[in-house]
Ligand binder design. Structure first.
Ligand SMILES: Cc1ncc(COP(=O)(O)O)c(C=O)c1O
Length: 448
């Protein structure tokens, strides 16, 4: 079949999300209360999350219905196209078949909208008036700004300083959707003021921005907190990517040998690969490759341990690969991949050797992004460039054994063009991360 794009009808859009938790061999370790080191109670988490999402966080059910109100908004851009990247294949001189799931067609430009709409819906349903959140690249903040506006909620976004400065038009986008944005660390929270006093010139980090957004939610009755990755319910919402892709690959008459995605907190990669996991567990020969930045090598060089999800130690302890909660990664241009931890679900799948993690440097990623733009026409987000770099390796490593490769095109880079400009001007650098720095970063892990 020679079709370039496989497009599903709206009536073929999945009406249930897939929950991978019951299928993870040897299960997930529960989140712990940092005070007691015992599994945290839902009541404690209910201070910052609505019950609808907490139920999903711990659900033993394989499939969960997507509410009609969420489906109605998904229809603005879903189902997303599955595209054969044959121009890229030709440019690489490979017989490998490369397919990408284009999540960049969402209103805010990335997969993040899949979870933002669901999270805004469950908060609205429980009478919440306002959401606070962090954003790294600006993609999650834009997605939540769009979704909160759809449900008539207010939204406050703490945007990591380095991205705030690199991506001014992300602010414009969030303002257009009606959200309030501040650079993090900010003077708006006690924790932000403390960090600013200690490190006035800090680039910020996702861990700091999460602490600020959590403090915001914990100190206001009308506000709850929304996280754009890492947590089980986010990965549940993102499963729609893989569920659609599976149907589309079937229509194309193909099945992937390899599924590739970039890994920040793990949500877009888990979203595309988890619906294929049961096939692997039943003996199908399929590999899952998660690509992370060498400057923030959580899966390839971090420790599997209980750690906090934020710098101020406000979150429960999550069992995950981590570089230490106070790790502040270099200011690379893939802001969405600058996170010290990894989702417990992706971490457990790496622990079980069901995912192959790899790390790549940012210059080779921008090079891959430029090739993709010149061949397939779409300019990828810097995060997505990491996935493309991983795909190029898979497609060219053995030209005598061409594979069928599926990857998640997690977002477009039209609001990241200043990063491309810096790349073309030779102003970007790779960051090596010495062993001593990793030891230093992980020495403050909580004692269990
Ligand atoms: C376009 C894009 N891709 C990937 C990511 C990484 O996040 P996750 O690993 O949760 O998908 C981000 C995060 O901001 C992003 O904006």
């Amino acid at each position: 079949m020679n079709q370039k794009k496989i497009i599903l009808n709206e009536s073929e859009m999945p009406t249930q999300w897939y929950n991978v938790i019951p299928d993870i061999p040897n299960g997930l370790q529960p989140p712990l209360d940092p005070e007691t080191k015992q599994p945290i109670s839902p009541e404690k988490l209910a201070a910052v999350f609505p019950m609808g999402l907490l139920e999903q966080e711990m659900s033993p059910n394989r499939f969960i219905d997507i509410p009609q109100e969420v489906l109605d908004i998904y229809k603005i851009w879903r189902p997303t196209p599955l595209v054969r990247a044959e121009n890229l294949e030709r440019a690489l001189g490979t017989k490998a078949k490369i397919f990408f799931k284009n999540e960049g067609v969402s209103p805010s430009g990335s997969h993040k909208t899949n979870s933002a709409v669901a999270q805004a819906y469950y908060n609205k349903k429980e009478g919440i008036k306002r959401l606070s959140t962090e954003t790294g690249a600006g993609q999650w903040g834009s997605a939540l700004s769009f979704a909160t506006h759809k449900f008539g909620l207010e939204c406050k976004v703490y945007m990591v300083r380095v991205s705030f400065d690199q991506k001014p038009y992300r602010k414009s986008m969030m303002n257009t959707y009606g959200a309030e944005i501040v650079a993090s660390p900010s003077p708006d929270t006690a924790f932000g003021r403390q960090i600013l006093e200690q490190y006035p010139d800090t680039a910020g980090s996702l861990g700091i921005a999460i602490s600020e957004a959590l403090e915001d939610a914990a100190t206001r009755d009308d506000t709850k907190y929304a996280l754009g990755s890492v947590l089980n319910h986010v990965i549940l919402h993102q499963s729609i990517i893989g569920l659609e892709a599976k149907k589309q690959m079937e229509i194309a008459g193909e099945y992937p040998d390899v599924v590739v995605g970039c890994c920040g907190g793990g949500s877009n990669f888990a979203g595309i690969m988890t619906p294929f996991l049961t096939d692997k567990l039943e003996g199908k020969n399929i590999r899952f490759v998660g690509v992370e930045p060498a400057s923030c090598p959580t899966l390839t060089r971090g420790k599997l341990a209980y750690d906090f999800g934020d710098v101020a130690k406000m979150t429960p302890l999550l069992y995950m690969y981590t570089l230490g909660h106070d790790f502040i990664p270099p200011g690379i241009h893939a802001g969405g991949l600058r996170y010290h931890g990894m989702s417990p679900i992706v971490s457990a799948l790496v622990r079980e050797n069901l995912i192959d993690p790899v790390s790549v440097h940012q210059l080779e990623c921008f090079e891959a992004g430029r090739l993709f733009a010149q061949t397939e026409g779409i300019i990828p987000a810097p995060e997505t460039c990491h996935a493309i770099r991983g795909v190029i390796t898979e497609a060219t490593k053995d030209l005598n054994d061409p594979k069928t490769i599926l990857f998640n095109f997690s977002g477009h880079g039209l609001l990241d063009l200043s990063s491309y400009d810096n790349f073309f001007a030779g102003k970007l650098h790779n960051y090596d991360y010495p062993e001593e720095a990793i030891a230093e970063a992980t020495k403050n892990l909580p004692q269990m």
